[in-house]
Design a binder for this molecule. Structure first.
Ligand code: SAH
Length: 353
């Protein structure tokens, strides 16, 4: 049975599904989920992420984390962690760049939070020399300073969507029409958690809520505040999202989120306001465009240094990658970053409070 058939049978028996449940099934169903069954990244896959575009991304992220580790007294041992490491490329670049930082690699205990067994296998190959430990979530982090990165992790978490109806909200659901999956709206109900969105929306506006993100950020921030460390989070989105940002991507092209469930990547823009608010009691930075952050960390100098050993098509690709990561019309502005450090600690380089 395909995932479409399974979901159709479930909806026929139990009624319309919430969007977060639909998204979870599409991405992480044990047999049919998009991440559980395939390797979607890179030029051959469905989409390409910053670390897959250029090694420069991971190198600069690694050096930013290492600087924060030095600023906090070079604690040993410490946890070096990643949420949703994909193919392990970002972590491999971080580790390579940080090999020159005295004692950093020796003190680091590598932890990868990854839901997909297929991707864990890929990460095992990429990162084997560093003996990573895999966790399902952040609840079992060791009690020691924790330096953690997440790129395009929060956009993959399941969201709910609500359409405003007076002072009430109607939830967008996945139902059935003539045997096919269709979107519909549930009954109008109060949503106390969305009270702040009554300030900036009008009747009929659609808003999104990623309830799964808040406890993850909360655990991370509590760990950093209590144990020391830092988090560096990258994703696309804005301060409060408005409108439908759910998108399905298949082989580098947009597709319909309800067609071929489990075969397309489903993501939504990240609401940075919600992430920042969930960062208490630790200290978050301002949300900063990725391009500005990478420029502040010296990506242009690094790009020029790497360019010296390149010619022809490889040089063209390298120049295009630099542009893609930083240019405001490419990833530079849509993608944003912020950091979290303990209250009283220096902010990560390239970011400000
Ligand atoms: N950071 C990588 C991959 C981003 S894709 C890169 O930049 O290339 C999202 C990653 O998060 C995948 O590895 C996916 O399997 C993982 N993931 C998605 N939802 C998850 C969850 N709920 N718990 C743990 N990992 C998850």
């Amino acid at each position: 049975m395909s995932l479409a058939e399974l979901l159709t049978a479930q909806i026929a028996a139990q009624g319309p599904m919430r969007l977060d449940a639909y998204m979870s099934a599409c991405l992480l169903h044990p047999e049919h989920g998009y991440y559980t069954t395939r390797q979607p990244f890179g030029t051959q896959g469905d989409f390409i992420t910053a670390p897959e575009i250029s090694q420069m991304f991971g190198e600069l992220v690694g050096l930013a984390l290492a600087q924060s580790w030095l600023d906090q007294g070079a604690p040993a041992p410490f946890t070096l962690a990643e949420l949703g490491p994909g193919r392990g490329t970002l972590m491999a670049d971080i580790l390579r760049a940080c090999a020159r930082v005295p004692d950093f690699i020796e003190a680091a205990q590598l932890i990868l939070v990854e839901a997909s067994p297929a991707l864990r296998d890929v990460q095992r190959e990429t990162l084997a020399p560093h003996s990573p430990l895999w966790l399902d979530d952040l609840s079992a982090l060791p009690a020691q300073p924790t330096f953690i990165v997440a790129n395009e992790f929060f956009d993959a978490l399941p969201i709910r969507q609500f359409v405003r109806d007076g002072h009430l909200w109607r939830e967008r659901q996945v139902g059935l029409e003539d045997g096919a999956l269709v979107f519909g709206l549930g009954p109008a109900q109060p949503q106390p958690a969305l009270a702040h969105r009554l300030e900036d929306t009008n009747d009929g506006d659609l808003i999104e809520d990623c309830a799964a993100a808040t406890p993850i950020l909360g655990t991370l921030a509590a760990q950093i505040e209590a144990q020391g460390g830092a988090a560096l989070i990258f994703d696309y989105g804005d301060w409060r999202t408005l409108g439908d940002t759910l998108q399905a991507v298949r082989k580098h092209h947009p597709s319909d989120p309800l067609t071929a469930p489990g075969q397309a990547d489903l993501t939504a823009h990240v609401d940075f306001e919600a992430l920042i608010n969930a960062s208490a009691p630790a200290k978050p930075s301002r949300v900063t465009p990725q391009g500005i952050f990478l420029e502040r960390l010296g990506i242009t100098a690094r790009a020029q240094a790497l360019a010296k050993s390149l010619t022809g098509a490889a040089l063209d690709t390298h120049i295009a990658a630099h542009r893609r990561l930083t240019h405001p019309q490419e990833m530079g502005n849509l993608f944003k970053t912020f950091g979290i450090v303990p209250t009283g600690a220096a902010m990560l380089p390239g970011l400000e409070t």
